[in-house]
Design a protein around this ligand. Structure first.
Ligand SMILES: Cc1cc2nc3c(=O)[nH]c(=O)nc-3n(C[C@H](O)[C@H](O)[C@H](O)COP(=O)(O)O)c2cc1C
Length: 385
């Protein structure tokens, strides 16, 4: 995609709002329920982004699936101090079929030699240095024992919302609700959504194929109406591929009570995105993202890099499952981020990457989204006879 074309397309959406058609404020029932100003939900792993989204009137959701378990209590404490009572949510990824307990070292011996050789070849070809700092990707394996620690921290927090992705845990949902938390589940199909509602989940996040991160095969535009139709009174949020206020308004028109965005915030200063990764995101269009199992073992939409492309060659083995693939390549992911390696660095990113035009701030992004909702509303208004 030509970046210039994209920029002018986005620019044309931010037309001034005429007085008689001005949309004063869109506040859906879930905004009232959560005490937020805008129907914008922002997923992020970065605490500064989370704080900034809350300050800008949205509902931030802090991803804790990649944090070292011993650091989680401090992260939560810091966020809650800085939020000073503003509502926020926490998100965990809880896949089933993971080992009860495991360490990277214990699982390394289970890696197929062909995969190990392939990755070793890539390490040499790309001159990948071992990472220096300990991180989730070099020290942790997704296991039931890890999830128990994460769940305990989340339940003990003052988070108003608890979201889960990939898997569902009945006990977590019941206990979170007992403690007055609103429960969210990211769903990629009607079947997943049915399961979540049956388990007592209160808010469905319809996350389409377009989304950054782990995602299913149905596009947001097709998924959302199906989830809205089956959700009954449960609020539905739209996720995946959303980067403009016009899209947010369109989703509200389709029955969503809000939009849940992830990729866009990586352009914000508060995300501290490594410079080479930000440059890649700025240069990338929707077609530069793809779904791969090479990151985690489960289908995950990422922005392409030489590392991701190397897994799409005929000589590449089929990626392992979760959590073994991360045992195989986690240190490389950590290394490319530590070194901000311009050739290799990638991240989960959605087709919404088209909305990343340059460095910005969360406050500016929120203003732009709201202005674009207004502009889309006035455009619609001019078409009403
Ligand atoms: C860098 C990144 C990391 C993500 N990590 C998680 C995660 O840990 N848990 C989760 O539920 N969703 C995760 N997601 C998905 C988001 O929650 C959200 O559904 C998605 O970003 C929406 O699509 P968009 O990226 O097009 O805005 C991640 C997304 C990105 C971009």
């Amino acid at each position: 995609m030509e970046q210039g074309d994209e920029a002018s397309r986005l620019g044309s959406q931010v037309s001034p709002v005429t007085a008689n058609s001005a949309m004063t404020h869109v506040r859906t029932p879930i905004c009232e329920q959560l005490g937020i100003t805008h129907p914008i939900f922002g997923f992020s792993h970065a605490t500064d982004v989370v704080v900034a989204i809350a300050e800008a009137g949205g509902f931030p959701v802090l991803g804790l699936a990649r944090e070292l378990p011993e650091e989680i209590p401090h992260i939560i404490e810091e966020v809650e101090t800085r939020l000073a009572g503003k509502p926020y949510g926490i998100d965990l990824m809880l896949p089933s079929k993971v080992p009860q307990e495991a360490s990277i070292d214990s699982l390394k011996s289970a890696l197929p030699p062909g995969h190990v050789d392939f990755v070793e070849g890539l390490r040499q070809r790309f001159d990948v240095a071992p990472p220096v700092k300990p991180s989730f990707f070099t020290t942790q394996v997704r296991s039931e024992a890890l999830f128990e620690r994460q769940i305990e921290a989340v339940l003990g927090s003052r988070a108003r919302g608890v979201a889960t992705a990939i898997g569902l845990r009945a006990e977590l949902i019941a206990e979170a609700k007992r403690r007055g938390k609103l429960t969210f589940s990211l769903v990629g199909s009607v079947r997943h959504a049915r399961k979540a509602l049956d388990m007592g989940v209160e808010v469905l996040v319809a996350q389409g194929y377009d989304a950054g991160g782990h995602t299913g095969p149905v596009g947001t535009l097709s998924l959302l109406p199906q989830i809205v139709a089956m959700a009954g009174n449960a609020p539905v949020l739209a996720a995946g591929g959303i980067a403009t206020g016009a899209q947010v308004l369109g989703c509200l028109g389709m029955g969503a009570q809000g939009a849940w965005l992830g990729t866009l915030w990586m352009a914000a200063r508060e995300n501290h995105t490594p410079p080479a990764l930000l440059a890649r995101l700025m240069a990338s269009g929707s077609e530069d993202t793809l779904i791969t199992r090479a990151h985690s073992g489960k289908p995950c939409r990422v922005v392409r890099s030489d590392w991701i492309d190397a897994w799409n060659t005929p000589e590449a083995p089929v990626p392992l499952g979760m959590p073994l693939q991360q045992v195989l390549v986690g240190d490389v992911f950590a290394s490319m981020h530590e070194r901000d390696d311009a050739r290799l660095i990638y991240e989960a990113a959605g087709q919404s990457v088209f909305g990343i035009q340059g460095p910005t701030t969360v406050a500016a992004q929120m203003t732009q989204l709201v202005d674009e909702m207004d502009a889309a509303w006035s455009r619609l208004h001019t078409w009403v006879n």
